[in-house]
Design a protein. Structure first.
Lengths: 559, 170
């Protein structure tokens, strides 16, 4: 008897069991981690379809949906009553995109059906990974038929960080792993400014990674962060961008939560006339909204899915903390408004753009022509010890002082460019810092912008590998007079999605993603400044801070 | 008792002004669509206020604008920056202005008006013309010599998220 196609690998990508018919025989195909297993399709007790059953991947068992008979998927053995007869098990192999089984063959109990090998052409027993769990296998992506490999290999090219593979920015599985291991992992994620929720009951919608959350101030003054997802039917219940509330009521079935996310009301919980309702043992206390750990520093609020986070100060490290506290210097913040935009690129490109002082001196005519960020300026490209955070900083200089050689290298430098309203580029000294411009990249989702006197935080909300949303919250300080507020607003013309600098960054990031999307297995270079392999650079013509970020990223991602 | 002809004159006057503002807005759209940004800047008074602000900010009394110009000098600077310095992908824009309403007259003679606008953008590598911005102009027109000029144009846009970048004026 021969191998026959039972299904395509794709069908099992997001399922742990499916029912298929192979030449008239009902078969259940299971996925246990990387393994693909096949058994007869029906329970040996009363012939219910096992594909409707409950798969326990950990011990490799399936429970019949009808009477809870239990079977070992790998051996077929009936593990408990009411079943007494075992399931048949079939050998499985992978052929390209297809799962094949042999109805007459004997399954090998010890050899898993699927392992992490991509080369289907060379091995005698074709084996393939579903790629649901990317692994850094070392046998560089072999192509079986001249097309791209069916399974991506996630091999970092070279033994340093000076070449970055495009899959870091374009791959769906890498993206999903980032949500799990970075945004939902051991990180402090920016969610709000305290000035946005000054009073009890005040709330704003926010995100941790792509996940919608609500930031609310409770009556005890605490700031609380919980998922914007009803525990009942998962509805994203809070729809207003911000507001003030006594409690949160999901509009679908009016399940009600307090300002800390506790479940405090279920309509008809006990049913009506003794009928219906929730099970009597339903524990409302255990079904509050999923709450995140929260910390706040100088009025900036962060949240984490990890409950064992270090303090924000320790998370940032002393050098990044110093720059953070130079901007958030203790004055009370005054929110001046928002910019929001989508950006068709991978979210990490935004970090990289601000860890890339090289571009700042080349792309942005406004920066170079008005002396904000020029080769020869006093400047800094800092990376913290972990590599994940960074600060790009520069001290404004007089453009007249720029040497002719430097000008020649910078095509963006426009000799004689003058503004009719020159005061918009003025720098009013107000910070205890040697820098007129600092851009802090705080892993994983925050940029703190101090571009002279236009101040803001930018929150990254990823939306798939090819897209993210940026929310900019622009602020000044309480005590700013009308002139100072106006100055900040005027200078805001530099920033945001229509800013003289901001629009150029957005366009450049889009160009990079465009360049990566349509070339399979591409990679690109971050080789500048090899004297500093990864970390703080002492020159602007450097990409060492980007390499530092990838040092950290690879550790966090185990890739 | 007013004479019938005086009533007619006032109606006629309003109609003419309405038509004049519509003509202005058509010329304004044409200047932007053709990329004549200097002409566009010259449609403002010297002390004009021009801002492109999200409805989110406007409704909450927050002043931050995508573009924030306090006088014609800054409007010219914006035009200059877009034409001579800014790096962005080539595109075509189409401004459609409608629903013009005259709302009244300020004490200094400025005419308050509003109009809805849409900006449609075509990028060179995509087939579709995308609705880039939808909003309303809150305007103050002033007569300078025999011409209408904008003393104020507050462009309040409804779409919360800007699609990547707003490269050209609205």
């Amino acid at each position: 008897m021969a191998w026959q196609k039972a299904a395509s690998l794709d069908e099992l990508r997001n399922r742990d069991v499916i029912a298929v018919d192979v030449a008239g025989t009902p078969v259940a195909l299971f996925r246990l981690g990387d393994e693909i297993r096949a058994t007869s399709g029906s329970c040996t007790h009363e012939f219910a379809s096992l594909a409707d059953g409950f798969v326990e991947a950990e011990d490799g068992s399936v429970e019949c949906p009808l009477h809870q008979a239990l079977f070992d998927i790998r051996t077929g053995r009936a593990l408990c009553a009411p079943a007494t007869a075992d399931l048949k098990v079939y050998p499985v192999k992978i052929d390209g995109p297809d799962i094949l089984i042999d109805l007459d063959g004997v399954a090998q109990p010890k050899a898993p059906s699927v392992v992490n090998i991509t080369d289907t052409a060379k091995t005698a027993t074709p084996r393939e990974s579903l790629a649901a769990t990317p692994s850094a296998a070392s046998n560089g992506g072999a192509h079986s038929n001249g097309g791209p490999p069916l399974v991506r290999d996630y091999v970092w090219p070279g033994d340093d960080l000076s070449v970055i593979p495009d899959w870091v920015y374009t791959d769906r599985f890498v993206y999903e792993r980032e949500i799990e291991r970075i945004f939902h992992g051991h990180t402090w994620n920016y969610v709000a400014l305290e000035a946005e929720v000054p009073n009890p009951g005040d709330f704003i919608r926010s995100n941790v990674g792509p996940t919608p959350v609500v930031v609310a101030r409770a009556h005890d003054g605490s700031v609380n962060v919980f998922e914007n997802r009803c525990t009942h039917r998962a509805s994203e219940f809070c729809r207003e961008l911000s507001g003030s509330a006594k409690e949160f009521v999901c509009p679908y079935h009016q399940w009600t939560y307090d300002l800390k996310g506790n479940l405090i009301g279920i309509p008809f919980r006990r049913g009506v006339g003794g009928k219906g309702g929730m099970p009597p043992d339903f524990d409302a206390d255990a079904h509050g909204l999923r709450r995140l750990a929260v910390t706040s520093h100088r009025g900036v609020v962060f949240a984490s899915y990890a409950q064992d986070m270090e303090s924000l100060a320790d998370y940032l490290g002393p050098e990044v903390l110093r720059e953070f506290e130079a901007t958030f210097d203790g004055r009370k913040l005054k929110i001046l408004g928002y910019y929001r935009h989508s950006l068709p690129g991978n979210w990490k490109l935004y970090h990289e753009n601000l860890k890339d002082p090289y571009h700042a001196t080349l792309l942005h005519t406004f920066l170079v022509t008005f002396g904000l960020m020029v080769v020869g300026n006093r400047s800094m490209m800092l990376a913290d010890e972990s590599g994940r955070h960074g600060v790009m900083a520069s001290a404004k200089s007089d453009a007249k002082a720029i040497s002719g050689d430097v000008k020649k290298e910078m095509r963006a430098f426009k000799e004689g460019l003058t503004l009719r309203e020159a005061r918009f580029m003025n720098f009013v000294e107000e910070f205890d810092s040697p820098w007129s411009v600092t851009m802090s990249t705080i892993w994983p989702n925050l940029i703190v912008q101090r571009e002279m006197n236009t101040l803001g935080v930018r929150q990254i909300v990823p939306d798939g590998p090819h897209e993210f949303i940026m929310k900019w919250t622009m602020f000044g300080f309480e005590g700013d007079d009308e002139d100072m507020t106006r100055h900040r607003l005027r200078q805001g013309n530099l920033m945001g999605p229509a800013g003289f600098l901001g629009l150029e960054d957005n366009e450049a990031i889009k160009f990079v993603q465009d360049g990566m999307r349509h070339v399979p297995d591409g990679s690109h270079l971050v080789k500048l400044d090899p004297q500093t392999p990864a970390g703080t650079a002492d020159t602007l013509i450097s990409e060492s801070a980007i390499r530092a970020m990838y040092k950290h990223w690879r550790e966090a991602m185990a890739l | 008792m007013q004479s019938p002809s005086a009533v007619n004159d006032r109606r006629l006057e309003k109609l003419l002004l309405h038509r004049e503002i519509e003509d202005f807005n058509n010329a304004y759209a044409a200047a932007l669509d053709d990329g004549r940004l200097n002409d566009w800047a010259e449609m403002f008074t010297d002390d004009a206020f021009y801002v492109i602000i999200s409805r989110e900010n406007a409704d909450r009394g927050m002043p931050v604008g995508l573009v924030y110009c306090e006088n014609k000098g800054m409007i010219h600077d914006r035009a200059f920056a877009v034409e001579k310095t800014a790096m962005f992908a080539p595109r075509y824009l189409r401004h459609i202005i409608g629903n013009t309403q005259i709302l009244g007259e300020d004490d200094n003679g400025d005419i308050r008006a509003r109009a809805n606008y849409v900006v449609i953008q075509v990028l060179f590598d995509r087939p579709e013309a995308k609705l880039h911005q939808v909003g309303v102009y809150h305007d103050k027109f002033r007569r300078v010599g025999d011409q209408l000029k904008l003393a104020e144009r507050r462009c309040v846009y409804d779409n919360l998220l800007v699609d990547n970048a707003l490269c050209l004026p609205v």
